[in-house]
Design a protein around this ligand. Sequence first.
Ligand SMILES: Nc1ncnc2c1ncn2[C@@H]1O[C@H](COP(=O)(O)OP(=O)(O)O)[C@@H](O)[C@H]1O
Ligand SMILES: [Mg+2]
Length: 235
Amino acid sequence: MASILELRAVKAFYGQSEVVHGIDVAVEEGGMTVLLGANGAGKTTTLRAICGLVKSEGEILFAGERLDRRTTEAIAGLGVAHVPEGRGTFVGLTVEENLRLGGYTRLSAARENIQRMYGYFPILAQRRRQQAGALSGGEQQMLAMARALMMSPRLLVLDEPSFGLAPRIVEDIFTIIERIRQEEKVSVLLVEQNASLALELADHAYLLETGYIVTSGSAKTLADDPQIRRSYLGY
Ligand SMILES: Nc1ncnc2c1ncn2[C@@H]1O[C@H](COP(=O)(O)OP(=O)(O)O)[C@@H](O)[C@H]1O
Ligand SMILES: [Mg+2]
């Protein structure tokens, strides 16, 4: 199957400091790829490199276009939607105002998109007039994903959507991600510390350690790997 996103020998930097050391990663069109790894491994930085938020070297190819050398806005405009760590919603705005900001489209189209998002996330419809800052952690994650989906991206980049959420909420969130992937025909690149759930849903997986890919393969292969099981799955 064809890749929608391909990283070739990608390095990423904070100033002079290189924290991702030449990695190769591919996301199949319509698929879900997960990037696993301990705290500090470079997962967030890799996503930031894709989205043009940190300095990078190497090639980042998205649907035949080079993303490296483009601005963050241009990358978003090509159809890459990033839901960052910590979610990045506007806490002082209402749920619906947040969704309108994610729109990038005509008013009528924005209205339709908002209704589509309320279909995936009914709780957000109930909370539409509430300030985003007053939402629970799970609701904020849903709002952040809904905002990202407003522009009908081709690739959804999610940084630890389960972070800080109760297990039951995490399951809800992952169920919705899987439904959205199928119904929106969007490809997903997921960063997760919750390896067991992520490996159930993803087709491909990469394990990042201190800025290097140390293992990669089908999610099933990684889920069966004794070392991965011991270090990341806990059984
Ligand atoms: N803004 C930053 N400035 C300098 N170094 C950073 C910054 N953010 C992260 N780092 C460093 O880069 C490395 C990778 O971090 P990160 O990509 O956030 O890891 P992960 O998301 O896998 O936990 C870590 O050593 C971290 O300390
Ligand atoms: Mg991170």
